[in-house]
Design a protein around this ligand. Structure first.
Ligand SMILES: CC(C)(COP(=O)(O)OP(=O)(O)OC[C@H]1O[C@@H](n2cnc3c(N)ncnc32)[C@H](O)[C@@H]1OP(=O)(O)O)[C@@H](O)C(=O)NCCC(=O)NCCS
Length: 187
C-alpha cells in the first residue's frame, strides 16, 4: 500500500507553496521536457497555468510526503477557446463539456504505472458538475493515448488536430504538431 495523498487545491497561496517548495514546477518540466513535447516552462508560466486551474476549475495534486508527484486539472471547455472552436461542431450540446486540461505523474519508476493518473482522474470525476469531457493529446504520446482510452475516452474522429505549436519548446521550434481530440461521457 502506498502512502500517497490526493488533495484538491483551491487556494492560490497554498498552490504557490507546492509550486516552489513542493517541486510542482520541476515536476511539470520533468513531465513535458521529454519527447514528444520538449517543452520548458518558467516558474511564472507554471503560476499562471495552475492559477487558472485553481480558480476556474478543479485541480488535484498527488503527494508523496511533501513532494508533489502528480497533478490533474479540468475546467469548463468554453474557457479553452481554441479547443472549443475546434470541437464544437462535433459534439452535441458542447456547453456541457469540461476540458481535461492536464495530467502528469513523476517519471521515476517508483511512481509511473502505479495507478496515480487513474486515481487522480477518479478524484476529478467525483468533483465535477458534469459527466462530459474533452481531452487533447499528442498523436505520438502512446502513454497518454492509452491512459485516456483506458479511462473511457473515445477518439473524436474527423477532427483535424494539426496546428503550429505555440508552446515554449526548448529548441525554439515552432512547427506543425499533430494532436488528437477525445471525448468522454459517463453513463
Ligand atoms: C500519461 C501519464 C500521466 C500516465 O501516468 P501514470 O500514473 O503512470 O498512469 P497509470 O499508472 O494510472 O496508468 C493508467 C493506464 O494508462 C496507460 N499507460 C500509462 N503509462 C503507459 C505507458 N508508458 N505505455 C502505455 N500505456 C500506458 C495504461 O493503460 C495504464 O493502465 P495499466 O497500467 O493498467 O495498463 C504519465 O505517463 C505522464 O505523466 N506522462 C507525461 C505527461 C503526459 O504526457 N501527460 C498527458 C498529456 S495529455
Amino acid at each position: 500500500m502506498s502512502n500517497f495523498q490526493y488533495i484538491q487545491i483551491e487556494d492560490k497561496d497554498i498552490l504557490s507553496g507546492y509550486i516552489k517548495d513542493g517541486g510542482l514546477h520541476e515536476l511539470y518540466n520533468l513531465c513535458f521536457n521529454a519527447p514528444p513535447y520538449n517543452e520548458y516552462f518558467e516558474i511564472n508560466e507554471i503560476r499562471r497555468i495552475f492559477g487558472k486551474y485553481c480558480t476556474d476549475g478543479i485541480l488535484y495534486l498527488c503527494l508523496d510526503g511533501k513532494k508533489v508527484i502528480g497533478f490533474i486539472a479540468a475546467f469548463p471547455l468554453k474557457l479553452e477557446e481554441k479547443v472549443y472552436q475546434i470541437v464544437k461542431n462535433h459534439l452535441v450540446d458542447v456547453d456541457k463539456y469540461w476540458y481535461h486540461a492536464d495530467i502528469g505523474t513523476h517519471p521515476d519508476p517508483e511512481y509511473r504505472r502505479k495507478g496515480i493518473a487513474k486515481t487522480l482522474w477518479n478524484a476529478i470525476l467525483n468533483k465535477v458538475p458534469t459527466s462530459h469531457f474533452v481531452a487533447r493529446t499528442q498523436e505520438g504520446n502512446e502513454a497518454s493515448k492509452s491512459l485516456h482510452l483506458k479511462l473511457g475516452f473515445q477518439i473524436l474522429a474527423h477532427v483535424d488536430g494539426t496546428f503550429v505549436t505555440q508552446d515554449v519548446h526548448r529548441d525554439d521550434r515552432h512547427e506543425p504538431d499533430k494532436r488528437i481530440f477525445l471525448y468522454y461521457e459517463r453513463d
